[in-house]
Design a protein around this ligand. Structure first.
Ligand SMILES: CC(C)(COP(=O)(O)OP(=O)(O)OC[C@H]1O[C@@H](n2cnc3c(N)ncnc32)[C@H](O)[C@@H]1O)[C@@H](O)C(=O)NCCC(=O)NCCS
Ligand SMILES: Nc1ncnc2c1ncn2[C@@H]1O[C@H](COP(=O)(O)OP(=O)(O)OP(=O)(O)O)[C@@H](O)[C@H]1O
Length: 205
């Protein structure tokens, strides 16, 4: 039976860094941002539904107008709901297929998703790990990485669940504030999950 870790945290918290550490330790990670983009680029039903929602210029010459989708999605909460209602069920199905391909081969896999809790992906994983970094650290990291403005990053933060709510719903919290060593926290997580201790709430910080 494959144990599925749900890795979440707000923009710039460091999920991708933790994912890289997990992959180095031989744990496959499903990157929901990447896979959602693949699904939007290749699933004709999803493309048709998104075009009907956002407008016919969402796809030009078959290519997604990413900035238009971002502006629409992060513009208003009901816009995000409309896009998510189309995309997330497909991502969930795809993750289930991806996980089943590891049955009998891997004991641990992970799903990285900034909106794991908001998108209802929690039902597809066995444990939720939140990556925490202070908001200002996250904003600075995302601005530096993406060349985004502070306003753009803050708008995306506001479209995601608060850290307080995520912390309440997580089974583990990994602190990635740039000062707390990361690798010992990841190793503790893996050793706990590998022993299949299902009374893990005590590990919650
Ligand atoms: C809107 C898009 C085109 C922006 O792409 P871009 O490369 O500019 O940004 P990126 O994908 O890195 O997202 C930036 C941040 O926004 C987050 N985010 C992405 N989609 C959503 C969403 N629907 N709701 C809240 N946050 C989101 C990401 O997790 C990340 O933290 C892209 O994020 C997208 O296609 N989103 C819709 C599909 C989706 O919901 N993906 C999330 C994983 S299921
Ligand atoms: N502990 C750290 N020290 C220095 N830089 C870091 C640290 N953690 C993450 N970063 C950097 O901050 C940026 C955001 O990290 P990362 O991409 O892992 O965040 P994320 O949670 O995946 O964000 P998003 O949800 O936007 O994809 C990256 O450029 C990454 O290299």
């Amino acid at each position: 039976m494959v144990t599925k870790i749900g890795l979440t945290g707000g923009i710039g918290s460091g999920k991708s860094v933790i994912s890289r550490l997990l992959r180095i330790m031989g744990i496959p990670v499903y990157d929901s941002d990447t896979e959602a983009k693949r699904i939007i680029a290749t699933d004709h039903t999803v493309r048709r539904q998104l075009s009907a929602l956002v407008g016919q210029d969402l796809f030009r010459n078959g290519e997604l107008n990413r900035s238009l989708l971002a502006a629409y999605l992060f513009g208003k909460p009901d816009h995000a709901e409309g896009v998510n209602r189309i995309v997330h069920p497909r991502v969930k199905e795809d993750f289930v297929r991806w996980t089943s391909s590891y049955e009998g081969k891997k004991s641990l896999v992970a799903m990285e998703a900034a909106i794991l809790l908001e998108a209802g992906f929690k039902s597809e994983v066995d444990f939720v790990v939140m990556v925490y970094a202070p908001p200002e650290v996250r904003i600075a990291r995302a601005m530096k990485r993406d060349g985004s403005s502070r306003e753009q990053v803050v708008a995306r933060i506001h479209s995601q669940m608060s850290d307080e709510l995520k912390r309440e719903r997580a089974d583990f919290v990994i602190t990635n504030d740039g000062e707390t060593p990361l690798i010992p926290q990841v190793l503790e997580l893996i050793s706990l999950l590998s022993e299949n201790n299902h009374y893990l709430c005590s590990a919650k910080k």
